[in-house]
Design a binder for this molecule. Structure first.
Ligand code: OGA
Ligand code: NI
Length: 198
């Protein structure tokens, strides 16, 4: 666990994007994927908005994933295990980097076939509390051709990240433009933000 945290943080400090390929244990990733698929079948996932929850019609041209916010109170044993992992990571981040993270928010995300999220920055213009973005992927057996890669726009280069099962990606929310390329298969993840306010 600690070695994964160290890997994410050192990779982040070196290249602005921290990655761990096996952040989620494979069993946990499977259970979280089942949760997400169950919510999807029950039509509990809703089209995501862009800023501050106002869903405007044009927003579907920017993103068309469906999301469900995780709630600490209603979480099942697997979501609790996920939050325990995030808590341990935040503790590590605060201890080693004085990051000052006080809270977080996470949602499940389902990108159906053909879905995407155009180039954007995660921090709301009106709210600076989102310090870090964190995404974990739940795509068992992802392969080249499935699409849905995360494309990161560094100052001079572009980085393409495959949304492979168990992987975690971590970066600062206010600086790195990024996009989700069109996916050709269902693309599942948990996406969240570590915040400097409660
Ligand atoms: C987002 C986002 C990236 C991903 O939800 O803001 O950029 O790889 N997600 O799912
Ligand atoms: Ni984003």
């Amino acid at each position: 666990m600690e070695t994964n945290f160290e890997e994410i943080i050192s990779c982040f400090l070196e290249r602005r994007v921290g990655i761990s390929n096996d952040f989620l244990p494979v069993e946990l990733a499977g259970h979280l994927r089942n949760n997400l698929l169950r919510l999807y079948k029950n039509e509990a996932l809703k089209l995501a908005g862009i800023g501050n929850n106002h869903l405007l019609s044009h927003e579907k041209e920017i993103r068309n994933d469906k999301i469900f916010w995780l709630q600490n109170e209603n979480s099942d044993q697997y979501e609790k295990a996920f939050f325990d992992l995030v808590d341990a990571f935040v503790l590590h981040l605060n201890r080693t980097c004085f990051a000052g993270i006080k809270s977080y928010e996470f949602h499940y995300a389902m990108y159906e076939q053909g879905a995407f999220y155009k180039k954007h920055i995660d921090q709301f213009k009106t709210d600076e509390s989102r310090a870090f973005s964190m995404i974990v992927y739940l795509n068992e057996g992802w392969k080249v051709g499935d699409g849905g890669e995360l494309k990161i726009y560094h100052a001079a280069t572009i980085e393409i990240i495959s949304p492979k099962n168990q992987k975690c990606v971590f970066f600062k929310s206010d600086e790195l433009p990024h996009e989700v390329l069109v996916t050709n298969v269902k693309r599942m993840s948990i996406t969240g933000w570590l915040k400097t306010t409660l």
